[in-house]
Design a protein around this ligand. Structure first.
Ligand SMILES: O=P(O)(O)OC[C@@H](O)[C@@H](O)c1c[nH]c2ccccc12
Length: 377
């Protein structure tokens, strides 16, 4: 994220009764991995989902719920026993509400911080896009999707080659906190410059409203023949978005052009519950994508380390510890070779950098400045 400031204003509070009342059917079919809503949106039987019934759920749900341990997870059981979703999220330290409370008396109606604001916008966007491109279509189109590239493999190879943290260079036009970072923004040109100058992977912002990114940028970079694996930098709140990231386009276009997709997606632990992350990681695995799971504090680190299948963690605070078997990415606010050494000494094997590169007149050449040496050789 843009840093801790995004969530700094959040206060721990009790669950909003919005979801408590959702037991009575008063909820919107937008919540990403809530099984009841998933079932609702796909016109399937609601979640008294036993293992036998999961067989009848195809596509995403077939991945996420085919596994008994998910259906039997504490979160699902809590949900079934009437606990509100906000309550479950709050217990995990998540203070971001997925959408505005239904009425004032059910909680503050204004977003508490910029991250919450972004998520509320995303919630609406996804619901609209979902109607236009239903999951079933995307799932079908996956058969023609191009092969994915090995995101973690590229990071490891770069680290071994240079002895320095591998660089995930971010193609980022703007951010809510910094405004427009670069006016003459040509995503393909920047991506190619990053690649030429030693980036191991690229991160492409796809959020339009707050970061002025787009899925078209992702598509354009891939189609331009950039070989670096691509991270789709999106606020994922719904597994549908993972399919969309992978396909990078409307499913019908698949029949006309062989589109190439993202190789990795971002999952933000400050927004997603453990079950969300578990399910989405499974979906990623099924689609051949890697999930970069982003954490902001120790509680999130603890949560994520307890989730099976997480291979890549992005961390913004600097109290890094050793995470065996997991590649740690140091994210955000890196400007100098000293910053790179600092996170390297703390144990990261990769860094994710946007602003300090994108603002330079030549973002590609800026890589050598950031690392204190040419890492393209
Ligand atoms: O521009 P910076 O400070 O180098 O940060 C890059 C990247 O870490 C940041 O853009 C980011 C990290 N996590 C995110 C989630 C969504 C959008 C953006 C982000």
């Amino acid at each position: 994220m843009e840093g801790l400031s995004l969530v700094a204003d959040s206060r721990v509070r009790g669950p909003s009764p919005r979801f408590a009342s959702s037991k009575c059917g008063n909820f919107r079919p937008l919540r990403g991995l809530d099984p009841r809503i998933l079932a609702h949106s796909r016109k399937l039987a609601p979640l008294s989902c036993t293992r036998g019934q999961e067989e009848s759920i195809d596509g995403f749900a077939g991945v996420a719920y085919a596994s008994g341990y998910l259906a039997d997870s504490v979160e699902v059981m809590e949900w079934e026993s009437g606990k509100s979703l906000d309550d479950i999220a709050a217990k995990q330290g998540i203070r971001i509400r997925r959408s505005p409370p239904i009425s004032q008396e059910h909680g503050e109606s204004a977003p508490r911080n910029i991250l919450e604001k972004i998520i509320w916008t995303k919630d609406l966007e996804v619901s609209q896009l979902k109607n236009r491109k239903p999951l079933a279509l995307l799932n079908e189109a996956l058969e023609d999707a191009p092969p994915v590239r090995d995101f973690i493999g590229a990071l490891k190879a770069s680290y071994l080659r240079t002895g320095m943290p591998a660089l995930i260079a971010e193609v980022k036009k703007a951010s809510p906190s910094r405004g427009v970072l670069r006016h003459d923004f040509d995503p393909v040109q920047i991506a190619k410059a990053y690649e030429r100058n030693g980036a191991a992977c690229l991160s492409i912002l796809t959020d339009e409203k707050y970061f002025q990114g787009s899925f078209e940028n992702l598509q354009a970079v891939h189609e331009a023949g950039v070989k670096c694996p691509l991270l789709c930098k999106e606020f994922i709140i719904d597994p549908w978005q993972i399919y969309y990231a992978r396909l990078k386009g409307a499913p019908w276009q698949i029949y006309y052009a062989r589109l190439k997709g993202a190789d990795a997606v971002l999952l933000i632990a400050g927004v997603l519950t453990d079950l969300d992350i578990k399910c989405m990681t499974m979906v990623c695995g099924k689609l051949g994508l890697v999930a970069l799971v982003e954490v902001h504090n120790e509680m999130e680190i603890d949560r994520v380390l307890n989730i099976d299948g997480v291979q890549l963690i992005g961390i913004n605070n600097r109290n890094l510890e050793t995470f065996e078997g997991i590649t740690v990415v140091g994210e955000s606010g890196l400007f100098t070779p000293e910053d790179i050494s600092y996170v390297q000494d703390a144990g990261v094997k990769a860094v994710l950098v946007g602003e300090s590169l994108i603002k330079q007149s030549d973002p590609g050449k800026a890589i050598a400045g950031l690392f204190g040496k040419d890492i393209s050789l």
